[in-house]
Design a protein around this ligand. Structure first.
Ligand SMILES: Nc1ncnc2c1ncn2[C@@H]1O[C@H](COP(=O)(O)OP(=O)(O)OP(=O)(O)O)[C@@H](O)[C@H]1O
Length: 255
């Protein structure tokens, strides 16, 4: 597997606030499916915004396929599915919205129409192509955002809570779709069942840093499950001996 994304000592935060994440270093390979888990406010969305070039890093670097990403430079190789669909959808109709990213890449005419039709079909939205986006239901909006990322055929998709608000059938369809895609996926989610089904590798962030990065079943053992759900991890559950690279947040160490 070849290197796709490299975060090098990345610090992430918002103006006027203490850094949300500090000194984040990790690597993702082409085609890899990785989950990013952590409690509310851990910094998953902020990290995605920095990787996608929306939020300027406080320090460190984001490199995609060896090239350093610049804030405000939106590369077709990376597509972000926002946590809040309303932050992403803005065109008059669903089909126009889904076409937006691919059109910006220079696609037009029949080639664009085909891409849009394929993305709509993949997200089971074909019949809604001409619907104004503000008239879509919550779950339809979520799927519209995913279609808008798929249409770009990016090397890396950043999916922020992709299953939130989906009914069981659409959640199942989403898992099938994501499992079949050959693209690298970084998925931020509280849906740990989806995480365990889709992602061989899990990164747990909390208290401003990476607490664990490894095989899903290892990271999401008893201690990891508690940390991912925002609970304090008792010393008795801390598997330091087995996994010395993991740094579980513990009682009394949080803010
Ligand atoms: N636009 C913003 N301006 C200022 N602070 C922000 C902004 N967005 C998020 N934050 C703050 O940054 C921190 C990290 O938030 P972020 O949304 O990245 O967490 P998260 O891990 O995605 O949380 P959740 O699981 O609740 O979605 C929080 O303290 C949040 O209040």
């Amino acid at each position: 597997m070849t290197e796709l994304l490299h975060l090098d000592a990345l610090s992430v935060g918002w103006p006027g606030q203490a850094p949300v994440l500090a000194d984040i270093s990790l690597m993702l390979h082409h085609g890899e499916r990785v989950a990013l888990v952590g409690p509310n406010g851990a910094g998953k969305s902020s990290l995605f915004l920095s990787i996608a070039g929306v939020l300027a890093p406080l320090g460190g670097q984001v490199r995609l396929m060896g090239r350093q990403m610049q804030t405000g430079q939106f590369l077709p190789d990376v597509a972000l599915v926002f946590q809040q669909a309303e932050d992403q959808l803005f065109c008059p109709t669903l089909a126009e919205d889904v076409a937006f990213g691919a059109r910006n890449m220079g696609l037009a005419g029949a080639a664009l129409d085909l891409r849009v039709a394929q993305a709509l079909a993949a997200c089971h939205l074909t019949g809604l192509a001409t619907r104004p986006v503000h008239q879509l239901s919550g779950g339809e909006k979520r799927r519209a955002c995913i279609a808008g990322a798929l249409v770009m055929q990016p090397a890396l998709m950043l999916l922020d809570e992709p299953s939130a608000g989906l009914d069981l059938r659409n959640r199942r369809n989403l898992m099938t779709l994501l499992r079949q895609t050959g693209q690298a996926l970084l998925i931020a989610s509280h849906d740990l069942e989806l995480v365990l089904e889709l992602c061989p590798r899990v990164i747990l962030i909390d208290q401003g840093r990476i607490c664990a990065d490894g095989p899903a079943r290892e990271v999401l053992g008893d201690a990891g499950l508690m940390a991912a759900h925002g609970q304090e991890v008792p010393h008795s559950l801390t598997p330091h001996e087995r996994a010395p690279h993991m740094h579980w947040p513990q009682a009394g160490s949080g803010s």
